[in-house]
Every structure is written in C-alpha cells, then in structure tokens.
Design a protein around this ligand. Structure first.
Ligand code: PXG
Length: 296
C-alpha cells in the first residue's frame, strides 16, 4: 500500500488524507495568503532563514498574522522533512488568511492557517542543464508593484499562471515576463540573468520581481569568483544580443537559456560563466552549512 505524506497543519502532523482546510478559507476563496518553496539538500534545509524572512515580511505586508514564531516555523519545516524521511526534498510552506465568510474582508478571518508539505522534487532533465533551454517573451505583463507587489510571494499566482500557459503554447521551457514599461522582469517562477563582456546582469527589484533567494545566492557566488555583478534595467534586445543567459530558482537552481524568442543566444550552448556558476551552486548546496540540520 502506498503511504501518503505526513503534513503539518495548524499545530498537528497529520496524514495527507486528513490534511484538510475549510472551503471558507480565504486562501482558497481569494488566494489570500503567502507561501514559500524551499529545498532540503542532504539533510539541510537550504537558506531556511532567508525563506522565513521573506515569508514573514510578505505576511506583514499583507497584514497577515502568522500564529507560529519564526523559530517554531523553522522547527516545523525540519520536523516535516524528518517525519517523511526526506533528506532531499521540495518543501511548500503556506500561510493563508484562514477561515472567514463569503466576503473578502480579512477582518472576518480570526486565525490564519499554516501548513507545510515536504515532498520529492520534480526537476528539469539533466540534458536541459547541459544543452540549455529555449524561452519566449509572453504577452502577459508582470503585476505592477502598486497593484499586487511581485515582492510578496502571495498565493495569488494567476499572473504567473497566465504567463506559463502562454509559454506552454509555444513549447518553450519558460516565459519571460516584462514589466509594464517593457523592461524584462523575470520568468514565471524564476529570476533572469545574462552575461555580456564578462559582466553578470540581472534586473533590480524595482523592475517588479520576486527577490529570489537563488538570485541572491548566485550574485554572491559570482562576486566570490571575481565576476562583476550589476542590477540594471534591460530590454528583450539586451537578451537577444547577450553572450550567455540563465534562469535561477529554488526548483530549477541555475538553468542555462540558449534561445530566446527564436534568437540564438551566444554560441547556442551554455556559456562558460553559466557553467562555472552551476558548478559553484551545486557545490554550495551540498555543503549548505548554514542550513538547519534535520538529519541525524
Ligand atoms: N520569481 C518567481 C515569480 C517565483 O515564483 C522565483 C522568482 C525564484 O525565487 P527563489 O527564491 O526560489 O530563488 C520564484 C520561486 C514551481 C515554483 O513550481 C517555482 C517558484 C515558486 C513556486 C513554484 O516551479 N519559484
């Protein structure tokens, strides 16, 4: 018999089948809540502090009180991995506005809902990391910060899902989203980087994007290698004429991009800096000494 996952839900560890939330939960009714996608490598939860920071900052921004303290949450994440016997896992930590009524007013939701899932990771094929991926610009613009700030990793992902659907229609691996001014913002679930003349470039946060934890990590690793890193606005044309390009995210890690809107990038193969950073990143996650040890 297949055994389901053990899920953390509001103070208890329960079987997957018993992990149920109310149909009146505003996370379900309105996408009102925040979440994190986290990975554990080799018994370490990678960058847990950074993920919790982003979660609590996002919750604070949307006026959502999380019942657990960050210290308790760290234990919950580690314990969810441990109970599922997962030393390498993809973790989904979610806090919703909680149960309310059929009005959207969050004041009618007295208590937020917290759950944590630790599961296995679905990955791009190793071949894609070796050969690189094709991406396209999608018509759907990234949410403007003044409406639904992309810095908040909210449960409202329709903006990204529209973009993903458009990318899927073309057969591309990912969709590049522009902000409302036409500058490159990010991919549907990843940040974007390119290399020109040995300089590594990524859009600044104010371009309207999620401050990716992998993004920050990759910038640090590049600087450690002596590579100059710049956060500047750029357009599609800058990517068409880039020497190298790649995407970063918790799930994807670093994935090379070799084709964009039908234009070949650089040599058409993953570039030298991209390959070096992929190696650095893989070594870095293996020895994630600053993570929470969850495995004895
Ligand atoms: N931008 C967006 C919009 C994201 O959702 C990233 C960038 C990368 O951030 P991190 O911190 O992971 O480096 C993300 C996060 C999926 C999936 O199923 C991906 C994310 C979130 C949720 C699901 O591919 N990426």
């Amino acid at each position: 018999m297949l055994v389901g996952l053990i899920i953390y839900l509001d103070g208890k560890f329960v079987d997957e089948e018993d992990a149920r939330i109310s149909v009146f939960d505003h996370g379900v009714l309105y996408g009102d809540g925040v979440f994190e996608g986290i990975r554990a490598y080799n018994g370490f939860v990678f960058k847990l502090k950074e993920h919790l920071n982003r979660l609590y900052h996002g919750a604070h921004t949307i006026g959502l009180k999380i019942n657990e303290t960050p210290e308790e949450m760290a234990q919950i994440v580690a314990e969810t991995c441990r109970r599922n016997n997962l030393s390498d896992s993809y973790i989904r930590l979610v806090v919703t506005r909680g149960k309310g009524d059929l009005g959207l007013d969050p004041r009618n939701c007295p208590k937020s809902t917290t759950f944590c899932i630790a599961s296995s990771i679905r990955l791009y094929s190793e071949e894609l990391y070796k050969k690189g991926m094709a991406v396209v610009t999608v018509a759907t613009r990234r949410n403007i910060a003044e409406a639904c700030n992309p810095r908040v990793k909210s449960l409202n992902y329709l903006n990204n899902i529209y973009a993903k659907m458009e990318a899927n229609l073309t057969g591309a691996g990912e969709g590049i989203m522009l902000n409302n001014e036409g500058y490159v913002a990010e991919a549907t679930g990843d940040n974007v980087f390119y290399v020109r003349d040995g300089v590594l470039i990524t859009p600044p946060i104010y371009a309207g994007l999620l401050e990716g934890i992998t993004r920050n990590c990759v910038m640090e690793l590049a600087r450690k290698r002596g590579i100059e890193v710049k956060e500047t606005l750029f357009t599609r044309m800058d990517l068409y004429t880039a020497d190298e390009c790649f995407l970063t995210g918790t799930a994807a890690e670093i994935i090379p991009v070799v084709k964009y809107d039908g234009r070949i990038i650089g040599t058409g193969e993953p570039g030298e800096i991209t390959k070096a950073l992929i190696e650095d990143y893989r070594n870095y996650v293996k020895n994630a000494g600053d993570g929470e040890r969850i495995w004895e």
